[in-house]
Write a protein that binds this ligand. Structure first.
Ligand code: EPU
Length: 331
């Protein structure tokens, strides 16, 4: 059997081979594939780092469809197939006047991957609008519906990344969106600034989406031009006492409250402070406009990016005694 490149299937643009790639367009097609639990599933390929050739069968999710399942004057409930592109869904909602996901404009990846890591941006997370996740159990091939609470969402976390990791394939999600009286979230500094620069004091969902698109384009590299997987690390959560100690040496360290005793620290700040921002190491490096994003300058191997990530982790640990956790799945 010949080998096939996975380069077009991952936003990092890493060139590793697979031996069998199957595109599925429906749940029925999926259920016909033998040994599903041993396959590697790829949606938009925007949260993976491929470090070696893949010996498993690769399944590319192309299951599409957006349907209305419920609607009144205030709300609409959509059922969206997992192979849809996330940003195209956002644009569809904005065009039709459905509010709730505009802050998550331009996030790369598929709809099915969104609940996996509870995607979020600019003060909103998918868990705020998601009603349910439908998924196929890969061993028994039965479909199960998980209500929002059952997904155990946290910051870039869900049950599908923890106790049910590798056990289910998400086929569909439900979203409850507003048709009027939209609850806009414009508190994020960058959004506020963009709106006031444009003299917009009563923003629409389209304005918020436009703001987010402009902010992301200004900071985050377009994977079509420069391979990357968005934030490579999560923003670490540390004890307030730890932060206070670090403040003695780094008075300008930034933090956001999580609970009374815990705070989130921007990983981008930690990485930049240690001088990694914009530094190129061979064919990879930390992006010059957003230190948290690792990039492929062309021809990087997954192992090169992984090595860089580990070096950054070690450096952050040595200087701040903070453990940086990778957000991207290493395969
Ligand atoms: N910062 C730096 N240097 C940098 C980057 C960031 O000092 O090079 C500091 C700045 O203080 C800045 C703060 O970090 O004010 C926050 O930066 P930014 O607004 O760019 O957001 P982030 O915390 O780096 C997170 C998400 C992004 C999401 C943005 C906006 C994580 C891991 N990342 O990044 O999500 O778009 O907030 O909400 O939570 C992703 O998950 O792939 C992703 C891109």
């Amino acid at each position: 059997m010949g080998s096939l490149s996975l380069k077009p299937y991952n936003t990092f643009g890493i060139d590793v081979n697979a031996y069998e790639i199957i595109e599925v367009k429906s749940v029925e097609e999926l259920l016909f594939i033998p040994h599903l639990s041993k396959c590697l599933f790829i949606g938009g390929g925007s949260n993976i780092l491929l470090t070696k050739d893949v010996t498993q069968k690769v399944i590319i999710n192309k299951i599409e469809g957006i349907e209305t399942i419920n609607e009144d004057e205030d709300y609409i409930e959509l059922e969206v197939a997992s192979g849809e592109n996330w940003h195209e869904l956002v644009l569809y909602c904005i065009e039709n006047g459905y509010g709730g996901i505009e802050n998550m404009s331009l996030i790369p990846g598929s709809v099915g991957a969104a609940p996996m890591q509870n995607i979020g941006a600019y003060g909103t997370e998918i868990k705020d609008v998601l009603t349910y996740v439908k998924a196929v159990h890969l061993d028994s091939l039965t479909e199960k519906r998980f209500q929002n609470e059952e997904c155990k969402f946290g910051y870039r976390e869900s049950i599908f990344k923890k106790s049910l990791k590798g056990k289910y394939f998400i086929t569909e999600i439900g979203l409850k969106l507003t048709k009027r009286n939209h609850k806009l979230n414009t508190s994020y500094g960058d959004i506020e600034n963009w709106l006031s620069e444009k003299d917009i004091d009563k923003p629409t969902i389209k304005d918020v989406s436009d703001a987010v698109i402009a902010i992301r384009r200004s900071k985050l590299p377009d994977p079509k031009e420069l391979g990357n997987s968005g934030s490579f690390f999560k923003n670490p959560i540390i004890h307030r006492a730890h932060l206070n100690m670090l403040k003695m040496e780094y008075p300008d360290i930034k933090s956001y409250p999580v609970t009374d005793t815990l705070v989130k620290v921007p990983a981008g700040w930690l990485i930049e402070t240690l001088g990694w921002k914009g530094r190129r190491v061979g064919r990879t490096g930390s992006h010059r406009k957003q230190a948290l994003v690792l990039v492929n300058y062309g021809g990087a191997r997954g192992a090169d990016v992984h090595r860089l990530a580990k070096d950054i982790q070690e450096d952050v640990w040595a200087e701040f005694q903070i453990e940086l956790e990778m957000e991207v799945n290493i395969i």
